[in-house]
Design a binder for this molecule. Sequence first.
Ligand SMILES: Cc1cc2nc3c(=O)[nH]c(=O)nc-3n(C[C@H](O)[C@H](O)[C@H](O)COP(=O)(O)O)c2cc1C
Ligand SMILES: [Mn+2]
Length: 499
Amino acid sequence: MTQRGSSLNFRDFVDELLAAGDAVDVRTPVSPTLEAGAITRRVYETRSPAPLFSNLTEGDAGFRILGAPAGLSPAATGTYGRLAAHFGLPRDTTPRDIVEHLVRAMHAEPVPPKVVASGPCKENVLTGDAVDLTRFPVPLLHQQDGGRYFGTYGFHVVRTPDGSWTSWSVARTMLNGPDSLVGPAMPQQHIGMIHQMWRERGERTPWAMVLGAPPAALAAAGMPLPAHVGEDGYVGALTGSPVEVVETEAGGLFVPANAEIVLEGWISPDETAPEGPMGEYHGYAFPEGRPQPVFHVETVTHRDGAILPVCAAGLPPEENHTVWGTMISATSLDVLRSSGLPVSFAWCSYEAATCWIVVAVDTARLARTGMGERALADAVADVLFGSHTGWLVPKVILVADDIDITDIDQVAWALATRYHPGTGEYLYPDVPGIPMVPYLTDEEVRTGKGGKSVLSCLTPDQFTDSERGVTACFRNSYPEDLQHRVLDQWTEYGFPAVS
Ligand SMILES: Cc1cc2nc3c(=O)[nH]c(=O)nc-3n(C[C@H](O)[C@H](O)[C@H](O)COP(=O)(O)O)c2cc1C
Ligand SMILES: [Mn+2]
């Protein structure tokens, strides 16, 4: 027996998507060399159901790939349905409710994982010469990529030498040979911090990577929770049940018991190999790769008929936007609210490729603070850019909370009609930030800071809570009884129903 349900069991998640018409079992032969990537890309770009490739032309028979595990869905099956299913929420849950759900769990008591003796991830155990990652259908995802990517939707498991902190974190890993991977472990990310602790002792970092993890665990591993917070305990709080974990074959680390594939081994203290380039979250593929740490695989365990989940990164919306962006929204909202600033919501617009976060300001509360625009911008920059989550996002857009910031059309309208050129932008050249942002100068990439801003779409009257004008729209421009009549008679007039 293993725990069930779409949030805590990847296989159940896949079955639920198939049952909801939000995944397609692709039985036509498909090559993991570019073809699976091309199909997955088109799926994101057309909001089609997720492809389950069950007849792959490379890799051992029986292995499968699930593409676009958290792509957006056809409207008829719930646009955010695949993301909601990661948390066991109904398919029609709004992104706003998903974010509030994530924030609530940050304030709940962590529920530590439950260690079980065995689980489906141990159905096949391969060690020694039997370790050959090329037996899996490891995809080449874009023709510009520097290699095949095994880990595009999996997470690393590492633990501090003193055992006090276990970190689960999503980062990409490229095939480096039959028994090794290579990928980033940035010093600002928790895997990089923990790897550094082992390096300082002159030791290898004990490591595991989990693919086809419980979807809630994957999402938590892609969430910038603060340092020393275990993502495993957060998943328990989020789902209401402890995650069932099993010990690795080598011992010392614990991985979700029903994971599809688990790689175990160690990160070399000093060895690097060329990694990338890869089509990335910001939507571009840059020409050069760079040297990154090598992950040596000593043991592979996997479920029968294992399914490798795959993110074909690039132009939004893919998982770097739908999962990472949503998790950043939750952690950013939490730090801003906790600081006492008059913030009602925060949202990384998927369309902005995790390069901006929109912050909704409660203008009634803002007026009571007496803050001016610069003071507010500086305070938001200070709180957000000073946090683990704020390192990831270079731009903040402030808007009054009459705007539904989860609706990009409304955000575009606010930018056009409320941002004042020349005075509405505040720059923070000395603030550190993720060096992957496409528009950074070489100097900014080298120093790891700059290119960060707060852009205000707050109009002068909004600082005094006085109204300069009323939005001319259905909700504001007609008496309520008339609005109800129009809504009630909508289809009678002859229009198709609006969801
Ligand atoms: C699909 C996906 C791919 C990601 N790829 C990377 C990556 O390659 N490198 C990286 O540093 N972060 C990547 N992230 C973001 C990290 O997982 C995220 O910042 C997380 O907070 C890191 O964990 P940590 O906060 O425990 O360090 C990715 C996230 C997702 C959802
Ligand atoms: Mn972490």
